[in-house]
Write a protein that binds this ligand. Structure first.
Ligand SMILES: [Zn+2]
Length: 315
């Protein structure tokens, strides 16, 4: 009785297979939930497969894009590393150049006699350089792998170098005027012996060379030389006198500026003319024995601001 009730409550689905030939018909009787379960499961599998395929394709596309991006970034990174190294080399070159510039400027100033005791110059290879109280920082090391710090250091170095370059430009601009003035002064200052020969009479008081008695003031120096030995002007200037003068014989006077005047006397002949612009070393006359002279020689005088001074101070 119980079994009969159970069968009555259960639902079944019967599949009927009818072959086309005359074979026997086949039936398959299943509980009703089995086909439902099968259909639902199939739908779930298909849905999952579709979702999986779509997601997989999306991820694959993103992955390929990421790989491409990484490749591009790697190339950019490698390029930037090379650029950074190049910048470092450039910065080092600029640093070296700046140090050399200031050293040359200092050398030039010293050469023309401009001393600036207040300013110090210390140049040491590969180390920090101190110029006029400002320091040029050492350029960062290329083995540093932290590129953010690296770039920051390069920027800092460039800022320092730019400031130093600007400071040097100002230094150079401020030095050009004094250097030109000094060079102009040095060109005007008598600084060579006009004739090659021995000094036969010095500047100052001496006995009268004709009487060998008494005392007279000798306003220049006498340089003994053979007749016709070339006489060179002692500095750049303009010839203001070229001719005979009592006592001095054939005489040349050259005005140099800055208060300097030089006198060349007892010449046998004069090659310069009044108004000639002459350069140091240029031949202006030839040694002679004209005027108040006892033997062939050049009487050479130097005047500074109207007063005779010892010419031997300007050889
Ligand atoms: Zn003399």
């Amino acid at each position: 009785m119980k079994k009969a009730i159970k069968l009555k409550n259960k639902k079944y689905v019967t599949f009927l297979y009818i072959p086309e030939n005359e074979s026997k018909t086949k039936t398959l009787r299943l509980a009703a939930w089995i086909p439902k379960f099968f259909v639902i499961s199939l739908a779930l599998i298909i849905t999952y497969s579709v979702l999986y395929t779509v997601t997989y394709n999306n991820l694959k596309t993103k992955h390929v894009a990421s790989l491409y991006k990484i490749e591009s970034l790697t190339a950019v990174n490698q390029f930037q590393e090379k650029e950074i190294e190049k910048l470092e080399d450039d910065a080092k070159r600029v640093q070296t150049q700046l140090c050399e510039n200031i050293a040359m400027l200092q050398e030039l100033k010293e050469a023309v006699g401009i001393n600036e005791e207040s300013k110090t110059l210390v140049v040491t290879a590969g180390a920090s350089n101190k110029v006029s109280g400002n320091s040029i920082p050492s350029i960062i090391k290329t083995c540093d792998t932290n590129y953010t710090d690296h770039i920051f250091e390069i920027k800092t170095s460039y800022v320092s170098l730019s400031k130093e370059a600007a400071s040097q430009k100002s230094d150079i601009n401020n030095s050009i005027g004094p250097i030109k003035d000094k060079l102009s002064y040095l060109k005007a200052k008598p600084s060579i012996k006009p004739v090659v020969g021995k000094i036969t009479a010095v500047y100052g008081y001496r006995k009268n060379p004709f009487t060998n008695r008494g005392s007279e003031f000798h306003k220049g120096v006498d340089i003994g030389a053979k007749i016709s030995t070339p006489v060179a002007v002692a500095a750049d200037g303009v010839v203001t006198y070229a001719g005979w003068k009592s006592g001095y014989g054939n005489m040349v006077i050259v005005s140099h500026g800055y208060g300097f005047i030089t006198v060349y006397a007892h010449n046998s002949s004069i090659t310069a003319k009044v108004g000639d612009k002459v350069k140091r070393g240029q031949i202006i006359s030839k040694v002679g024995n004209t005027g108040r002279s006892t033997a062939p020689h050049l009487h050479y005088e130097v005047k500074l601001n109207g007063k005779n001074v010892d010419p031997s101070r300007y050889f």
